[in-house]
Ligand binder design. Structure first.
Ligand code: ZN
Length: 265
């Protein structure tokens, strides 16, 4: 069953969904979007972000990707009727100088940091549109190159674990069926790109995801090969992958925190 998306004019443009190291995705890394603010524009944008109306709240709190020690960042989505953002977004702008798309900043500045009255939309399938957010992140070099990589399901992860035949790693984060490569998180927190097949290239280490190549860069892959087809699943169109709100929360409860990963959180 396919569900029709709301008309484009009713969809909300996503802001502030970030890459999370434990669940790699195409979402942008805020660390790659730091700087370049005009002080007045930033002040108006911060006021505007804080003036949003609560659209949704979530059981799990968000966390700061800069690991600055701030603790929980919030568990709600705010909206102005056109955009939607996590209520933790002002923290990134204020504390870490993270930039936001020019069209949104222009809107906040033009409005003097105040949100004009609007009718909040009802949370429903297809309400969130993250396409321009992803496009902006890629254009700013903030998204990582994951062509051909996917998050392994349980069965595939088990097969890979058998093939790897060692326990010199913590988690199998990604796999690439085309190239027979996996990305492993090692015990010390570093990442390793490894060929599963014997005789493949020697493993390659990355201190963290900031060292991973970005999408659209001259060399899209660590080894410079052209990208393979495939890619990670797109971020879910929240509040759920075609679920009603009740189903969404029931599912989260049932999964008991495991698999209830919110890629944006
Ligand atoms: Zn922070």
């Amino acid at each position: 069953m396919t569900r029709a998306l709301p008309p484009a004019s009713e969809r909300l443009t996503v802001l502030g969904w970030w890459f999370r190291p434990d669940a790699p995705s195409e979402l942008p890394m805020p660390q790659r979007l730091v700087g370049g603010w005009d002080a007045d524009a930033r002040a108006a944008t911060l006021r505007y972000l804080r003036a949003g109306t609560v659209l949704m709240t979530y059981p799990d709190a968000s966390f700061c990707r800069f690991e600055c020690g701030v603790g929980e960042l919030g568990r709600a989505d705010l909206t102005d009727g056109s955009y939607v953002w996590p209520d933790g977004l002002p923290h990134y702008v204020e504390q870490h100088d993270v930039r936001l798309p020019d069209d949104f900043v222009a809107r906040a500045v033009a409005a003097g940091g105040e949100i004009a009255p609007f009718r909040a939309p009802k949370p429903r399938f297809g309400l969130y549109d993250s396409s321009s957010w992803l496009q902006w992140g890629r254009s700013r070099g903030a998204c990582l190159a994951f062509d051909g990589f996917a998050v392994p399901g349980e069965a595939i992860a088990e097969r890979i674990a058998a093939d790897l035949d060692d326990d010199d790693y913590e988690i199998i984060l990604l796999c690439n069926g085309g190239t027979r490569e996996v990305v492993l998180q090692l015990a010390d927190g570093t990442l390793e790109l490894r060929h599963v097949q014997a005789g493949g290239r020697p493993p390659q280490r990355f201190a963290d995801w900031l060292a991973w190549p970005v999408a659209g860069a001259a060399s899209a892959r660590p080894d410079g090969k052209p990208p393979a087809r495939g890619g990670l699943p797109k971020p879910p169109d929240r509040p759920g992958r075609g679920l009603t709100m009740a189903e969404f929360f029931a599912k989260r409860k049932a999964s008991d925190g495991d698999g209830g990963h919110d890629p944006k959180n």
